[in-house]
Design a protein around this ligand. Structure first.
Ligand SMILES: *[C@@H]1O[C@H](CO)[C@@H](O)[C@H](O)[C@H]1NC(C)=O
Length: 385
């Protein structure tokens, strides 16, 4: 079989040469699960922004676009720096040695959240990091190989923006030393959002947050949420604020994601969010994966939990953890397949036997489920498509 593959790659190379080495860029594949049908920029011609300023214009305007990142777009310094009073929260028991201080956003340092014994300190941060770029509707944002990097600023899909694809880029370095330093991807009042093969690392606050507004149909697939950090709110090299799903009317599919070196909120669920977490791989989490608050409804199936201290911290919503082959048969009527067992290695138990909410899956686009596998570590993230 080697010869034909070689011949094929030669043919592709020859083709690229004939086009003057100008590759053809396009979104790869289609979204599975709740956000199936998302088309992003559709048939708009793909183009590479020449600068950070042009990238921002293209992301925010109301034109359908396919935006290609073939290099790093560095927003650090583009909005200056801010120095003001923040705090060293009680959680930072290792100041100067791997802990995370806080910006006083929404009076977080003053309202008790910083904990007893928190002290005021001066904080200096990159201003661009704390607010995401507000995206317009009908956009595809894609990277070339593993070269598409957004450094120092995140993305915000809100206020009715819809039909957005973000694929194969790396979002990194949003003031990771500070709680509230920035969120990588925020969704707050949207519909049809597909985030695929994105890597997120070194973020101050949330790696992905579906906030209070209705975010309707969202699929997070094949992403790498890398919590490794030198500024950990739990003082152990792991990021606590990973994924936060508390929208008021949200359908969230999480499939094929690799969520590693976190220590909490991976994800926190609440609001009125229906979450289908299927075939994800949680690895090396010293705290909790799921924290299911009131209103959160979660089916977790076919996932791997490896070295995860607490797969489910609390369940004051409804949670089905696919506990046994016989219990999992119930999924067939609502999800179209029997739920797959989760797999556990050196981890706590998941639990979760609620089934009353499964009827909410009926009639929706549901992602398929395979047997739990840790090979997701080599398929998730940027540069893997
Ligand atoms: C997005 O595309 C849809 C379908 O083509 C169109 O109806 C809608 O007006 C577009 N939205 C914007 C903001 O351009």
């Amino acid at each position: 079989m080697k010869f034909p593959i070689f011949a094929l790659s030669n043919a592709i190379a020859a083709n690229a040469a004939a086009l003057g080495a100008r590759a053809t860029y396009a979104v790869v594949g289609k979204p599975e699960g709740f956000a199936s049908g998302t088309t992003g920029g559709g048939s708009a011609t793909c183009a590479i922004p020449s600068s950070v300023a042009e990238l921002k214009t293209w992301l925010t305007d109301s034109t359908a676009r396919c935006i290609v990142l073939d290099k790093e777009y560095n927003f650090k310094g583009t909005e200056g720096t801010t120095t003001e009073t923040g705090c060293r929260p009680a959680s930072n028991t290792c100041p100067g040695n791997g802990g995370q201080d806080a910006i006083n956003k929404a009076s977080w340092c003053d309202n008790g959240n910083a904990g007893a014994g928190a002290t005021k300190i001066s904080v200096t941060y990159d201003t661009a990091g704390v607010s995401g770029i507000n995206m317009g509707s009908n956009k595809s944002l894609i990277g070339v190989g593993s070269k598409g990097v957004l450094r120092g600023k995140g993305l915000r899909i809100a206020n009715g923006a819809k039909n957005i694809i973000i694929q194969n880029i790396h979002i990194t370095e949003l003031n990771p030393q500070y709680i509230w330093g920035g969120d990588a991807i925020t969704v707050d009042g949207a519909d049809l959002v597909w985030v695929d093969h994105v890597k997120v690392s070194l973020i101050g606050r949330q790696m992905f947050v579906a906030g209070n507004g209705a975010s309707n149909r969202v699929t997070l697939s094949n992403n790498e949420f890398d919590g490794s950090t030198s500024w950990s709110a739990t003082c152990d090299g792991r990021h606590y604020w990973a994924i936060y799903l508390t929208g008021s009317q949200d359908l969230i599919t999480m499939k094929g994601n690799y969520i590693h070196h976190t220590s909490g909120r991976s994800p926190k669920v609440g609001g009125n969010s229906l979450v289908h977490a299927v075939n994800n791989y949680w690895y090396s989490n010293t705290g909790h994966a799921f924290d299911n608050g009131a209103g959160g409804m979660v089916v977790a199936e076919g996932n791997v939990f490896q070295n995860v201290a607490t797969p489910l911290l609390a369940n004051s919503g409804q949670f089905f953890g696919s506990p046994s082959t016989s219990a999992n048969a119930v999924c067939s009527s609502y999800l179209g397949h029997a739920c797959q067992l989760n797999a556990f290695g050196s981890s706590g138990a998941l639990g979760g036997t609620d089934t009353g909410f499964l009827t909410n899956f009926a009639g929706k686009s549901i992602a398929s489920a395979a047997t739990a596998s840790s090979s997701i570590a080599s398929t998730a993230g940027v540069g893997k498509i």
